[in-house]
Design a protein around this ligand. Structure first.
Ligand code: FEO
Length: 398
């Protein structure tokens, strides 16, 4: 069923309550998601984006209940990724000549994904499309989060169709930001930013400033996932500016994996040392084998400092530790300090492996790594507490 947004714009997307994994297994979606698509009815009728392929028949069938497909004058694909373009093949079989407006890179991605010679019309920043009483203006937004990404602005209703930016993997039957639980909404928006947009912080900030400088009136941010921002849409824009600027809260996060509980006990002793030195800073501990990796990334993103610990196994680190460190490196977080710790029985390489990876990821490493042989005894645990104290003092000076 379509849902009215304004007199001219109807939501025609798909709410996916079932989804728990996105991008293969790369991203957890505890609260599902939605694939938002919009139908603009003016003198010309425009479809903005579609839905993920598994829902293509459902998407097209529902769209037919809103409009005769032959009355769609053109399709705008703001971003070619499969979750937004996946229903195109089903749709284009029925209206094969309909022009598809997209960026130059958008055409590359759509051709690469579907191998079809559709009627592509490539656009760049500042190009416009007269749809009757209103105008669509295209704004390229490269790397937010793909090189093909663009936004489409609709005059009159003052809507920015902003594709993945400002989105959330958050299924809700309520369509608008003012209708949903605010804690859930911002938790999902934060996790989404931390896990998807962090590598592009500088581009996020620059693009937002560019759009704000255009002084376009803005009544709606029509995202591609989750709710539409209609109540004070600038609030999420301001959050993005904050998150894209070396974001950190007064939190130290301790990540560890453990085989026989030694590294866990060592981690807890370090936490004790931090808390004993600074009772204001929030300290959180996560066992990497038992915690959702994307929730962990959100906690790393909000932290001013991160400690990572692993037992030594096969002269290296555990699978879970390696996985999270790989993610941290790729996300290119800035302005944080790090530290490494671990336990070992024989060779003890884990702390060096962790320290090198954190340093390579851009973390400042002001304290030498620490490790305990075998199961830490009282002396080793006291050393861990002292390590925590030293680390807390340095983290407070940053
Ligand atoms: Fe929601 Fe980049 O696709």
């Amino acid at each position: 069923m379509g849902r009215r947004i304004t007199d001219k714009v109807t939501w025609v997307g798909k709410i996916d309550w079932e989804l728990r994994r996105f991008h293969g297994d790369e991203l957890s979606t505890h609260r599902g998601t939605s694939y938002n698509s919009y139908l603009i009815r003016d003198e010309k009728n425009i479809l903005i984006d579609t839905a993920w392929g598994p829902y293509d028949k459902e998407f097209v069938s529902n769209l037919k209940k809103e409009i005769d497909l032959n009355d769609i004058d053109c399709i705008v694909i703001n971003h070619g990724e499969s979750d937004h373009s996946g229903s195109l093949v089903e749709l284009m079989e029925q209206i094969p000549e309909t022009p598809i407006y997209c960026s130059v890179n958008g055409k590359k991605s759509l051709k690469g994904l579907y191998h079809k010679d559709w009627n592509f019309v490539t656009v760049k920043t500042g190009d416009t499309l007269d749809i009757g009483s209103e105008t669509l203006t295209f704004v390229e937004a490269k790397m937010l989060h793909w090189p093909d990404t663009m936004f489409t602005y609709m005059s009159g209703d003052n809507i920015l169709f902003c594709t993945d930016a400002f989105g959330q993997h958050y299924a809700s039957e309520k369509l608008f930001n003012d209708k949903v639980d605010q804690t859930e909404l911002f938790e999902e928006a934060f996790k989404y930013y931390a896990n998807i947009l962090t590598p592009f912080n500088k581009l996020v900030s620059a693009k937002i400033k560019e759009i704000l400088a255009m002084n376009l009136p803005l009544d709606y941010l029509c995202t591609s996932h989750g709710v539409i921002w209609r109540d004070d849409p600038v609030q999420i824009v301001e959050k993005y500016l904050e998150w894209s600027d070396n974001y950190k809260e007064d939190q130290i996060t301790i990540l560890y994996d453990t085989m026989w509980e030694g590294t866990r006990r060592f981690a807890e002793a370090i936490a004790d040392g931090i808390t004993g030195t600074d009772e204001d800073t929030t300290v959180k501990l996560y066992n990497l084998s038992k915690t959702d990796k994307n929730d962990v990334i959100a906690e790393v993103f909000r932290s001013k400092a991160v400690l990572v610990g692993s037992p030594t196994i096969n002269k290296g680190i555990t699978y879970a530790t390696a996985g999270i460190l790989e993610m941290i490196e790729g996300l290119k977080m800035t302005g944080k300090i790090g530290g490494a710790f671990g336990t070992y029985g024989w060779s003890g390489e884990s702390v060096k492996v962790i320290a090198e990876k954190l340093e390579k990821s851009g973390f400042k490493m002001p304290v030498e790594e620490t490790k305990a042989l075998w199961n830490p005894d009282e002396e080793a645990l006291e050393n861990a507490r002292k390590f925590g104290e030293a680390f807390a003092n340095i983290a407070n000076e940053q």
